[in-house]
Design a protein around this ligand. Structure first.
Ligand SMILES: [Cu+2]
Length: 138
């Protein structure tokens, strides 16, 4: 998506929902995806940008908390699921908490073509939120 349009849309979403804006250092990566809920906002990018069936990839993401009533995040992880087949990935990714709401995961792989859901799991002491985004692979 055009960077300026993305920025404008981001500001509109922020204005409407009072959402925070996660700051993900994107470097040369052009494909940032964002998930916004009333409590959280999350931006992520895959490395490589285009994920292919049977090829291992990494994800970098940033999370921020919009709803001040939500207590501090204890852990954030990522997983992926194929809802049509009711299965996940073959291996668990390795997740690194880089601090300041930034995370990195290695070792993800979509082993089949079709629809997958990225699922980010955000845990506080008293709650678990699952933020998901669909992706289709040929
Ligand atoms: Cu499957």
């Amino acid at each position: 998506m055009n960077k300026l349009l993305f920025l404008i849309l981001g500001l509109m979403v922020q204005a409407i929902a009072g959402a925070c804006v996660p700051e993900l250092p994107q470097g040369a990566n052009k494909k940032i995806q964002t998930i916004v809920t009333p409590s959280y906002a999350l931006s992520f990018m895959t490395v490589p940008e285009t994920v292919k069936v049977g090829e291992s990839f990494s994800i970098d993401w940033a999370v921020c908390v919009s709803d001040r009533s939500v207590s501090e995040l204890r852990s954030v992880s990522v997983d992926a699921f194929m809802p049509e087949h009711n299965h996940g990935m073959n291996d668990k990714p390795t997740i690194i908490d880089k601090g300041h709401g930034l995370y990195h995961a290695d070792g993800l792989m979509f082993h089949m073509s079709g629809q997958w859901d990225y699922i980010f799991i955000l845990r506080t002491e008293s709650s678990v939120a699952r933020l998901s985004k669909k992706v289709w692979l040929k």
